[in-house]
Design a protein around this ligand. Structure first.
Ligand code: ARG
Length: 465
């Protein structure tokens, strides 16, 4: 980044003194907004094309401008473009370079436009593209989850409430809960995209422009659904970024919860899964350690992304209409959110693909903790005993089990019958974890047959959108 003073400042006309050097650095955004260059150039090409169609530029001027912009883009991509801090931001850097390259015609590009509608357009183009990428990344993670769920559809494990063993479930069913959360995240982003997909250009500084522009045409060129209805709103609101940030925070909350489960499950105490070595690190002092760093980091990154949401809300809350420089502060949290979201999704997908499961260990723990107590109560209800009484009877049986260190299925029929004469030999079918999961045979239930059907429906739902 170049810090040489520039004589190209397009707004310098009314100023008598140069900008204070520190203020120049303090107000500059090119250090981070240069990454919008592609969208800035795309927006400028569309703007110049529209100006020429409306007779505001000649076709020769348009061609000079468009070719010049394309050459600048090539130079940036080849690493041969020097960004200047005194030129403040990506917009003025590119415009100044254009005028240096093609002469005075370059100065006509900004006709009927302001950096206020320009920056809002750049960010919308950027975010629209990133949302599309993120939605694909979520889909890849969902695909990895579906594959694992399919493999683990019969793997019985304990389901938890309060992190205490509750009822047996299958690992496939548990994974499909993750799928559903991600499906909503993907839908939320599709919905958010509809409100990102609106063109600010033409709003100019705040009130619109006196030139006979065609905003519908510019929108069409940039693939926007339609131009923004109100020029003040178009240049000033960043609610589309706040909304994206909220959807991102919810997605990170989900990834953080999944991470927490992977961390617990890969501990010696659970032993349900093993993370591949490629996703863990060791300890410099404890030779036995294999730490689940990747899920821990994803869980940690959720914190900063929640923070960005709060930062963006606070950024907006005191701003009067229309554009204020405060808005320059929207970019770093947005870029950081996008980068970390994409990174977390990618690493999570790869980690899921390499996850080793231990179904024997899951099944063994499902037999502990009286996971089938509800099944025994339901069994008694089927024999005509009111549920509350059945609950009390099973409570006594569980107390006996605790005293003797045995699961319900390990108590003899004789012992069980001392709590209710209605208990017969067929009780053992419901006391096994497999019998328990198979009995929850309705849509949304954990029976393997239902989970298979849910996976098939999930594949169809993913094709639909
Ligand atoms: N760098 C500025 C931003 O990010 C661009 C718009 C500047 N507009 C202005 N009137 N100073 O918001």
């Amino acid at each position: 980044m170049n810090n040489e003073p520039s004589s190209d400042k397009p707004w310098a006309g009314r100023f008598h003194e140069p900008t204070d050097a520190f203020v120049e650095a303090f107000t500059a955004s090119v250090g981070f907004d240069h990454r919008l260059y592609r969208y800035d150039i795309e927006g400028s090409i569309a703007h110049a094309t529209m100006l020429a169609r409306q007779g505001i530029l000649t076709t020769e001027e348009r061609d000079l401008i468009v070719d010049g912009l394309i050459r600048i883009r090539e130079r940036i991509e080849a690493g041969g473009f020097e960004w200047s801090i005194p030129l403040e931001d990506v917009h003025m850097n590119i415009e100044a370079a254009l005028t240096r390259d093609i002469g005075d015609t370059g100065k006509k590009l900004h006709t009927g436009r302001s950096r206020n509608d320009q920056v809002a357009t750049d960010v919308r183009l950027y975010l629209r593209a990133e949302i599309d990428t993120i939605r694909v990344e979520i889909g890849r993670l969902q695909g990895a989850i579906l594959e694992l769920a399919e493999r683990e559809v019969e793997s019985v494990m304990p389901g938890f409430t309060h992190l205490q063993v509750a009822q047996p479930i299958t690992f496939g069913h548990h994974l499909m809960a993750w799928f559903e959360m991600l499906q909503r995240d993907r839908e939320r982003l599709a919905d958010c995209r509809r409100r990102v997909d609106i063109l600010p250009l033409g709003a100019a500084a705040l009130a619109g422009t006196t030139y006979p522009i065609d905003r519908h045409y510019t929108a069409e060129l940039l693939g926007f659904a339609h131009p923004a209805e109100n020029s003040l709103d178009a240049v000033s609101d960043r609610d589309f970024i706040v909304e994206f940030s909220a959807a991102a925070a919810i997605l990170m909350m989900h990834l953080s919860r999944f991470s927490e489960e992977l961390i617990l499950w890969s501990s010696a105490q659970f032993g349900f899964v093993e993370l591949s070595d490629a996703f863990c690190t060791g300890s410099s002092i404890m030779p036995q350690k294999k730490n689940p760093d990747v899920p821990e980091l994803v869980r940690g990154k959720a914190g900063r992304i929640f923070g960005h949401l709060m930062g963006l809300l606070t950024l907006m809350k005191g701003q009067p209409l229309a554009y204020n420089r405060d808005n320059q502060e929207d970019k770093e949290p947005l870029f950081d959110t996008v980068d970390n979201l994409k990174g977390s999704l990618k690493v999570f997908t790869d980690m899921m693909g390499a996850l080793r499961c231990n179904p024997e260990r899951m099944r063994a723990t499902a037999r502990q903790g009286f996971a089938t107590a509800t099944d025994l109560a339901d069994y008694l209800v089927r024999k005509g005993i009111p549920f509350r009484d059945a609950h009390a009877i099973v409570g006594q049986a569980v107390a006996l089990g605790i005293r003797e260190g045995k699961d319900l299925s390990e108590l003899s029929l004789e012992r069980l019958r001392q709590f209710s004469a209605d208990i017969a030999e067929d009780v053992f079918a419901v006391l096994t974890p497999d019998g328990s999961v198979a009995a929850r045979n309705h849509i949304g239930g954990t029976a393997p047959i239902q989970v298979r059907a849910a996976i098939a429906r999930a594949r169809e739902r993913m094709v639909d959108d």
